[in-house]
Design a protein around this ligand. Structure first.
Ligand SMILES: NC(=O)c1ccc[n+]([C@@H]2O[C@H](COP(=O)([O-])OP(=O)(O)OC[C@H]3O[C@@H](n4cnc5c(N)ncnc54)[C@H](O)[C@@H]3O)[C@@H](O)[C@H]2O)c1
Ligand SMILES: N[C@H](CO)Cc1c[nH]c[nH+]1
Ligand SMILES: [Zn+2]
Length: 427
């Protein structure tokens, strides 16, 4: 792992660069697959599933029988764990419901906002290197609480043309309406354009590798909304002498094992912790089943020492990590000062994995610095806010003149006239 002592500010942007390919590099592949799927529908979907997933699909849709079977293929213990996670995720997302307030902005002028669910949503569930059934919970639970009617799920099939049963089981208990065996760029294209088997949706959600993420970004060109770019996983831990080096290393490795293009960073004001974490990383890495992946991700990663917590905070905000763990004896300083992060984990007993699975918060989060402008998935991601207004005769008398003056100043006579006619009618 790359160690950096007091890196000068002018080097921060190169030091903090993500290992993902740039948008431009992936865009050409994405565009050509989009074109094909748009023109050839299911045939295009099957072609890329054969190329990228190595399987010749006959049916794209998961059948009722496969849904029934899935339940028998997973253990009672896993079903119970999924249920506990589901309860916590439901509690947290239900608490995000907001009340409607009717405001009288001027006497007789009433304004309010009401939220309505997005009717057709597409959920992408990663399945390339690991079947992330936990992502089903993170997306389908808030979609259902919001009241979305059609919830379409896409996930890549394995070499036998199957989707992992835990993904199917989670989808079933969370109210997903259609499950499709398609992943990668071709899945996003299918959801964006619609094919014989894949319904076109209004908004696409979910995490994925760099190909999926660029595909989602490109899909917005064709009139589909997306949650945000939620690409290869990242974690930044800030730690001082009060941290437990073994815990810190375990958290760093938890995100490194996601993919070779994951990135994990330790920022510390303690050289002692830096050295201990480095030793722990080597020790713990050896026992991982996904050692090769984590090892590659560790090559992209950094251990950074800075002299003060003020410099540490500035660097962290510049990076804007997807996940941010704070293990110091000045935690409040970082909590108050954090501007750019997807999800924050506080103290020695809050592993990042808790948020990935079961504490209740959402694990679908912006990466690649997009925390500077985007939020992670939450209940509002599945809703639209519609504003309403009702103006009485008294109300139009109160604000009519203001509207007339402004419309005239913009040179928009018809706008002014719509008010003048009503004001004259009151005389
Ligand atoms: N940010 C978040 O909220 C979040 C949450 C969970 C997971 N993740 C990330 O999701 C990713 C999951 O990645 P994954 O690969 O395991 O699964 P995935 O389902 O995202 O991608 C697999 C698919 O990518 C396509 N693909 C693979 N190589 C390709 C190539 N060279 N060209 C075109 N298409 C190609 C294939 O169709 C394959 O089915 C990881 O990077 C993980 O870190 C992010
Ligand atoms: N850490 C991932 C988000 O970057 C989410 C996840 C799912 N399963 C395990 N982890
Ligand atoms: Zn994870």
């Amino acid at each position: 792992m790359n160690t950096n002592i007091n890196p000068p500010k002018e080097n921060w942007s190169s030091l903090l660069q993500r290992p993902t390919k740039t948008f431009e590099v992936v865009e050409t592949t994405v565009s050509s697959i989009f074109d094909d799927v748009k023109r050839n529908g299911d045939d295009g979907i099957k072609r890329y599933t054969s190329i990228f997933d190595g399987v010749e699909l006959t049916d794209i849709k998961v059948t009722d029988e496969e849904i029934l079977q899935a339940e028998n293929l997973i253990s009672k213990e896993l079903k119970e764990a999924i249920q506990v996670a589901k309860n916590n995720i439901s509690k947290f997302h239900s608490s995000q419901k907001t009340k409607t307030y009717k405001i009288e902005t001027a006497s007789g002028v009433f304004c309010w906002q009401e939220k309505r669910p997005i009717q057709k949503v597409g959920l992408y569930i990663p399945g390339g290197t690991a079947p992330l059934f936990s992502s089903v919970l993170m997306l389908a639970i808030p979609a259902k609480i919001a009241g979305c009617k059609e919830i379409i799920l896409c996930s890549p099939p394995n070499k036998k043309g199957e989707i992992n049963p835990a993904i199917i089981y989670a989808a079933k208990i969370c109210g997903v309406t259609t499950i499709l065996k398609v992943g990668g760029i071709q899945a996003i294209a299918g959801l964006a354009f619609g094919t014989e088997s894949i319904p076109k949706v209004f908004k696409i959600f979910g995490p994925g590798n760099q190909y999926v993420t660029v595909a989602k970004q490109l899909a917005t060109k064709f009139g589909v909304a997306i949650d945000m770019p939620a690409g290869p996983s990242e974690l930044l831990v800030v730690a001082d002498d009060s941290a437990n080096a073994s815990f810190v290393a375990s958290d760093l490795l938890s995100q490194a094992e996601h993919g070779t293009d994951s990135q994990v960073i330790l920022v510390t004001t303690s050289k002692k912790i830096l050295e201990s974490v480095e030793l722990e990383l080597v020790k713990q890495l050896n026992s991982l089943s996904r050692k090769a992946i984590a090892e590659k991700a560790i090559e992209n990663s950094k251990l950074i020492f800075v002299e003060t917590k003020e410099v540490a905070l500035e660097l962290i905000n510049e990076y804007g990590p997807e996940h941010f763990i704070v293990c110091t004896n000045t935690n409040d300083f970082y909590i108050d000062g954090i501007e750019n992060a997807g999800s924050v984990f506080i103290g020695n007993y809050t592993p990042e994995s808790a948020g990935d699975y079961a504490s209740g918060t959402n694990h679908t989060l912006p990466t690649n610095g997009h925390t500077k402008a985007y939020s992670g998935v939450n209940l509002d991601s599945f809703l639209k806010a519609i504003s309403f207004q009702k103006i009485s005769k008294e109300g139009i008398q109160n604000i009519g003149k203001t509207i007339e003056i402004m419309a005239e100043a913009e040179g928009l006579d018809a706008h002014k006239n719509a008010v003048t006619l009503r004001l004259n009618n009151l005389k």
